[in-house]
Design a protein around this ligand. Structure first.
Ligand code: ASP
Length: 323
């Protein structure tokens, strides 16, 4: 039996800055999303695995400073960058994750090495970096992640000092000059990908810099299997973005799978229940992308917008930002 391969990606969710939005910036996001989802689609079209497609899509998102992962990672309250990533193979239920890393160019590649070449599921900090290095994953100096927009975002957060922000949470639109369609100060910038391949295998991958001005050592949902990332061939592949603490408490990604497996819900009903009912009930903001084992796609979010894209093999890719 062959399946119709499909991939979906996200680049974070949040509030729309219509007043500050510049058409150029919007185009930049749309082009980046189209390029990346199409790259994943090509892998699937050539018979590649869901695992390879989500790895490559997330690697490309990490390479793009528009998104809060890899190169565009946000700053902690000490002005450092601590990155998290995870990946899961729906065929084997194998998973790998790294958390709190500061010298790995592409945390998603390190997570995949953990999954495929260690007896463990998650490594943190220095141990994660040592393991990645031993596997030949590219290391960088910590200033590699520096980007001026993220630095300024952190400065605004410090000024407001009202706690952490989802990929930023402080500045007013007036002081937010970049013209991003989604207010970078009110956005969860995590990136992710989910895919179904021609053999019917599902995979999910998630990567983030976390939340702007987060405390050093804080870890969100993105590297936690079942919270920010989950894949199971019996049900669904899910990648999340949003207020990590609430996604952890809701076991959000796994809950979509459980509602389908044990509750008999459709993908759409399960995804909507988690994002539109269960997360808001505990003040959880954000969204998910999800693909079930029949190739259905759901991308609900309870914020004003979510950077997202989807591409079925043989069809044109579509990307969107707003509702
Ligand atoms: N979920 C991420 C975290 O809590 C943040 C985000 O999605 O931007 O670290």
């Amino acid at each position: 039996m062959t399946f119709k391969p499909v991939i979906a990606i996200h680049g974070g969710a949040g509030a729309i800055t219509r007043s500050a939005m510049s058409p150029e910036k919007e185009l930049e996001y749309r082009s980046a999303l189209t390029f990346i989802v199409t790259a994943g689609q090509s892998i699937l079209a050539a018979g590649g695995s869901a695992l390879d497609a989500v790895t490559e899509a997330v690697r490309l998102l990490e390479e793009n400073p528009l998104f809060n992962a890899g190169k565009g990672a946000v700053f902690t309250n000490s002005g450092t960058n601590e990155l998290d990533a995870s990946i899961m193979d729906g065929a084997t239920l194998k998973a790998g994750a790294v958390a709190g890393v500061s010298h790995i160019r592409n945390p998603i590649l390190a997570a995949r090495e953990v999954m495929e070449h260690s007896d463990h599921v998650m490594f943190i900090g220095e141990g994660a970096e040592d393991f990645a290095k031993s596997r030949g994953v590219e290391m960088v100096e910590s200033d590699y992640y520096f980007t001026t927009p993220r630095y300024e975002q952190w400065q605004r957060a410090l000024l407001e000092q009202n706690g952490v922000m989802l990929d930023h949470d402080a500045a007013s639109l007036a002081s937010q000059p970049q013209g991003d369609p989604i207010d970078p100060d009110k956005k969860f910038g995590t990136v992710g990908a989910v895919a179904l391949d021609i053999r019917g295998n599902l995979a999910a991958a998630t990567s983030t810099g976390g939340m702007t001005n987060k405390k050093v050592g804080r870890v969100g949902d993105s590297p936690i299997i079942g919270a920010g990332c989950y894949a199971n061939n019996r049900t669904v592949a899910v990648s999340a973005t949003g207020t990590g603490e609430m996604f952890i408490r809701a076991v959000a990604a796994y809950d979509v799978s459980a509602l389908m497996e044990y509750g008999g819900l459709s993908l759409e009903a399960a995804a909507n229940k988690v994002v539109m009912e269960k997360l808001p009930a505990i003040d959880g903001n954000g969204g998910i992308i999800a693909i079930d084992n029949k190739g259905n796609v759901a991308m609900p979010f309870n914020t004003e917008g979510m950077y997202r894209g989807v591409a079925k093999v043989g069809q044109a890719a579509s990307v969107d930002i707003y509702r």
